[in-house]
Design a protein around this ligand. Structure first.
Ligand SMILES: Cc1cc2nc3c(=O)[nH]c(=O)nc-3n(C[C@H](O)[C@H](O)[C@H](O)COP(=O)(O)OP(=O)(O)OC[C@H]3O[C@@H](n4cnc5c(N)ncnc54)[C@H](O)[C@@H]3O)c2cc1C
Length: 419
């Protein structure tokens, strides 16, 4: 039985809202404090892919070389600019140490175990009648050559071996164009991951936030947490811009700001921002599948009235400043792969041009744990490229830990003291 009665969640992004959902389901008195509007930070303009097969750590073999080489390439989606933020250098060195085959394989296995039940929470919301739309067209990898498609498919062999739906052969040009007529003639091959799903992430957060309020969650929007009070090894209250909120327990799910807030509580969590971009293309010629444009690391997500183009991984300053070179590269790539992608004269024309900072850890795994030295303060953050897909499973597992007092085995790799 839980000794908890009230819980405060800092952060109303996908991860904070999903955590609040499970805490409320466990019959707790839940307050979510969000400095802006819920779901309007990194959880807004992302791809919304719910992708168990692609639940792999960001640091991978070859990443350091790729980051440095691609930083100088014209259409690059990856850029490492330590000179833009010298304070990031120690973090980048730790990240580089995880770019080995063995770290990648063990990280993939750990994330794979967490993401195995990825869809359950979304299905549960659907069963409850919460109008979260989760299309199921899969996720289509579009490649310019058959050799590239074979190479990409070979990289997913471990996921097939782990039981995920990964096809055992590539598609040829005619087949892939029949499946997705919006791909250009330059696309000659690819494959579909049939069981992957996606959401419109902003709409998902709006719907979930609305449901939480209906269920009695207190949602304090436009309210910033400015400090945390603790005594006797326990958090007792949070200070906010509208006054103090007393609480039995705390969950920090503040995206990139988790580093700062955990620091107030004496925990050093190396969470840094990996900047990515997106823009919307209003179009009657939207692809019907989410698309991963081969090795370019640019993605496309169909949304109402058009599609979102997303990409970029900039490890540099942690601002939301838009780098026009990255956006131009994304446009060039999308025009090459998509039949009807319009030309764009100026970036100012792009609807919903957006930058977001993925909360990244150097080993590419989230932190889902109790904070050290405090018996009632928890963290759920650092999901990097996977926070929307993993939000429900992470929220469920952390709630299980908080309510039952025993850390579920699946959370063992995601400790707060591992760094
Ligand atoms: C280009 C791009 C594409 C991506 N595509 C995908 C994808 O397809 N699938 C996927 O799963 N993930 C994707 N991601 C990653 C995903 O967006 C993130 O992992 C996820 O949004 C993180 O959610 P979060 O709730 O942890 O953080 P956030 O969404 O940043 O939420 C944290 C919240 O905390 C609030 N906050 C911070 N400090 C305070 C404070 N002091 N007081 C009160 N509130 C505070 C913030 O305002 C914010 O709303 C992508 C990211 C990018 C950039």
């Amino acid at each position: 039985m839980s000794a908890l009665s009230s819980v405060t969640v800092i952060g109303g992004g996908a991860v904070g809202l999903a955590t609040a959902y499970y805490l409320r389901k466990a019959d707790l008195d839940v307050t979510v404090i969000e400095s802006g509007r819920p779901g309007r930070s990194t959880s807004w303009g992302n791809g919304g892919w719910l992708s168990p097969v692609l639940s792999i750590p960001t640091p991978g073999p070859g990443m350091p070389r790729m980051g440095i080489v691609e930083s100088f390439q014209r259409d690059s989606a990856v850029a490492v600019r330590p000179h833009a933020a010298p304070s990031m250098i120690p973090w980048l060195l730790r990240f580089a140490r995880h770019c080995t085959r063995s770290a990648f394989e063990s990280g993939s296995a750990r994330l794979g175990a967490l993401s195995r039940e990825m869809f359950d929470g979304f299905d549960e919301l659907d069963d409850l009648g919460v109008p979260v739309e989760v299309p199921r067209q899969g996720n289509l990898r579009a490649c310019l050559t058959e050799a590239e498609a074979r190479h990409q498919l070979a990289g997913l062999a471990p996921m097939r071996a782990a039981g995920y739906a990964v096809p055992d052969r590539i598609m040829y040009a005619e087949e892939i164009h029949e499946l997705e007529p919006e791909l250009s003639d330059d696309v000659r091959s690819g494959f579909n991951l049939p069981e992957e799903r996606h959401v419109d992430p902003g709409a998902f957060c709006d719907t979930l936030a609305e449901y939480l309020v209906e269920q009695g969650v207190r949602l304090l929007a436009d309210t910033r947490v400015t400090g945390v009070r603790a005594s006797g090894g326990r958090v007792t209250a949070v200070e906010t811009t509208v006054g103090q909120v007393r609480t039995d327990a705390l969950v920090v799910a503040a995206g990139l700001d988790t580093r700062l807030i955990a620091g107030w509580l004496g925990a050093r969590l190396p969470i840094r921002g990996g900047k990515g971009y997106s823009f919307f293309v209003p179009s009657e010629y939207s692809p019907s599948h989410p698309l991963y444009l081969s090795h370019t690391k640019v993605g496309v997500t169909p949304l109402k009235g058009g599609y979102r183009v997303l990409g970029g991984m900039e490890l540099a300053d942690e601002t939301l400043r838009i780098n026009p070179r990255m956006i131009r590269g994304m446009i060039r790539v999308a025009r090459r792969y998509l039949r009807h992608m319009p030309a764009t004269e100026s970036l100012a024309e792009l609807p919903d041009l957006w930058a977001g900072l993925r909360p990244m850890t150097p080993d590419g795994l989230p932190v889902i744990d109790r904070l050290p030295d405090l018996s009632n303060a928890y963290v759920n953050s650092g999901h990097g490229m996977l926070g929307v897909g993993l939000c429900m499973v992470s929220g469920a597992a952390l709630t299980d830990f908080m309510v039952n007092g025993r850390r579920p085995d699946v959370l063992a790799p995601f400790g707060a003291t591992r760094f």
